[in-house]
Ligand binder design. Structure first.
Ligand code: ZN
Length: 252
């Protein structure tokens, strides 16, 4: 599936078409087209990695311009399990600390910041409820996806069988070596280990989503490894680096 688009020098993968009948925009931005300098070159969206604040601000402005959106709701992500419910449109950008997932029933644009972690977009096309979660290995362990779906069903009346999920570009099984897995990962995850202590974390997310009641045909995985593909920021590859953006917004 070829979904790459470019606008104003900014490259992104647009996977809105996966969501049957539309209703949501789901876009994964590459690292190009921003103003940040090495090692954050160039479309870094994180204010927490050592980059200049004015550069991050300009990069976020460019993302909003490309998508034609007024504001971004983002999270000061902490690899935790807290889920933010967002039911109002914001007049300007806001970053809420301490959360790793957002659920929304408005057209507010939601942003996750990544360098190898997954951003998992969830959408219920019947209830018009969207969510996006930041899923690193700690998020896999603490069940952030299940907690996000729990908020969707409990607070927003979604049915898991109706929810469509898309797993963003992230660290692939080719590069996710976890030598200390016996002490860091629970035993049920060990079945997702391939050769030489390499784990398939997107497959773990797929399993967790199915356990929550999503239909396997409604769970999609973008087969791009962020460490292998230099168009994306990768913590594994570069350590001191930027964060790329996944942006999700319900359409009118
Ligand atoms: Zn790889």
């Amino acid at each position: 599936m070829q979904n790459q688009a470019c606008r104003d020098g900014i490259f992104y993968q647009d996977y809105s078409g996966i969501f049957k009948g539309g209703g949501i925009r789901s876009v994964f931005f590459q690292r190009h087209g921003g103003v940040s300098r090495t090692p954050y070159d160039s479309l870094n969206v994180s204010v927490n990695v050592g980059d200049r604040g004015d550069h991050v601000g300009e990069n976020r402005q460019r993302i909003k311009k490309v998508l034609g959106i007024p504001s971004l709701l983002s999270l000061g992500q902490v690899h935790g399990d807290q889920v933010l419910s967002a039911t109002r449109l914001l007049p300007e950008d806001r970053e809420v600390p301490g959360y790793d997932a957002i659920v929304s029933n408005t057209t507010q644009a939601l942003m996750i910041q990544q360098a190898d972690c997954q951003a998992v977009t969830l959408f219920d096309p019947f209830m018009k409820v969207a969510a996006v979660a930041h899923v690193g290995w700690k998020g896999s362990v603490n069940g952030i996806l299940g907690k996000t779906i729990d908020v969707m069903t409990r607070e927003f009346s979604c049915q898991p069988a109706d929810i469509i999920g898309v797993i963003s570009p992230s660290l692939g099984a080719c590069c996710a070596e976890f030598r200390g897995y016996r002490t860091t990962l629970p035993s049920w995850m060990h079945r997702f280990k391939g050769n030489n202590d390499y784990f398939d974390f997107p497959a773990i997310s797929r399993f967790q989503l199915a356990e929550c009641g999503l239909s396997p045909v409604n769970i999609h995985r973008i087969e791009i490894c962020t460490r292998c593909d230099s168009n994306y920021f990768s913590f594994r590859r570069d350590q001191d680096t930027g964060r790329f953006a996944t942006v999700v917004a319900i359409q009118d």
